[in-house]
Design a protein around this ligand. Structure first.
Ligand SMILES: C[S@@+](CC[C@H](N)C(=O)[O-])C[C@H]1O[C@@H](n2cnc3c(N)ncnc32)[C@H](O)[C@@H]1O
Length: 287
């Protein structure tokens, strides 16, 4: 048995083989209408989330353009849409999307501002930042772009450089991404728990930086597309033990989010039970 199987069998038990099978299949994305203009689409609605539709093979709707020549749709996993929506951004907020490229969740946040407030979309990798800029150019209407800045910082810097600055922060952290990993036998062979531990240390750094950059009373979402407990609850467990006096966990409720497994500190969409994900989401409020 590979170290990968041994580790996840240890955590997920009997469920592991069904989960592994589901992870090998294509993910179930939906078409999300960006900055909707009230147009009626000949598509089957995905009723759990507003302005989302099941994809069709008839037409590539991701290329569909509105009157301004902008793309009308962005293709996303419903769990990812929820991670951004649960941040509950309001017009006028100051927002940080710390790990932003390619930008699907950032689009949800930009849309929620409705052109009022400010959002920093941050991505340190130049190539990925170029992709992010392209996504903004293709989807965000001119009249809403004035409140959007693209930045190229290491997320670790925000806590020191911009303390107590943001009302809302999304930390959609770089993670193991096992769904992609299992398609590469060579990568799977090389995998060891050390790899997940290293990523968890990096994620903890980004999360503490975000906590410092958050205003008192502000809220933060920590999300990953990992199934590793080290990168999900493990990171929050450490944050609670070292900085627990600074924040409280916020309960995540709602019809769709209840399809995700409840974990100690958040919710985890897994494809064998919900059909979506993997996507872990936890929300905290700074005291
Ligand atoms: C899971 S992806 C983000 C996906 C994105 N939020 C979306 O919805 O399209 C994580 C991103 O974090 C970026 N990243 C890696 N190290 C980082 C760091 N130290 N600070 C901020 N972002 C980082 C990666 O380049 C990658 O683009």
């Amino acid at each position: 048995m590979s170290k990968f199987d041994e580790f996840f069998l240890g955590h997920y038990g009997e469920r592991w083989s069904a989960l592994f099978n589901e992870l090998q299949k294509d993910d179930q994305k939906v078409l999300r209408e960006v900055f909707p203009e009230g147009k009626k689409w000949d598509l089957e609605p995905f009723t759990n989330i507003s302005h989302c539709y099941y994809p069709t093979t008839d037409l590539d709707y991701t290329k569909e353009e509105n009157q301004e020549g902008l793309r009308s749709f962005y293709y996303m996993d419903p769990g990812s849409i929820m991670a951004a929506k649960l941040l509950d951004v309001q017009p006028g907020d100051t927002v940080l999307d710390m790990c932003s490229a390619p930008g699907g969740k950032g689009l949800v946040l930009c849309e929620a501002l409705q052109g009022e407030g400010h959002i920093d979309l941050n991505e340190p990798s130049r190539n990925r930042r170029d992709r992010l800029k392209n996504v903004i150019r293709q989807h965000v209407p001119e009249k809403f772009r004035g409140v959007v800045s693209v930045r190229g910082q290491d997320g670790l810097n925000f806590g020191m450089k911009s303390p107590d600055t943001y009302d809302r922060i999304l930390v959609d952290a770089p993670c193991s991404g096992e769904r992609h990993l299992i398609h590469s036998p060579a990568e799977l062979e090389k995998w060891s728990p050390k790899r997940s531990k290293r990523l968890a240390a990096r994620q903890y750094g980004l999360l503490t930086s975000a906590l410092l950059a958050l205003k008192s009373g502000g809220t933060l979402i920590y999300s990953t597309c990992s199934i590793s407990p080290l990168e999900n609850d493990g990171v929050l467990e450490k944050l609670k033990s070292k900085k627990g006096e600074l924040f409280d966990f916020v309960d995540l409720s709602g019809e769709f989010i209840s399809m995700a497994d409840k974990t100690e500190f958040g919710r985890l969409f897994l494809p064998d039970t919900s059909g979506y994900g993997p996507l872990f989401i936890s929300k905290i409020r700074k005291n």
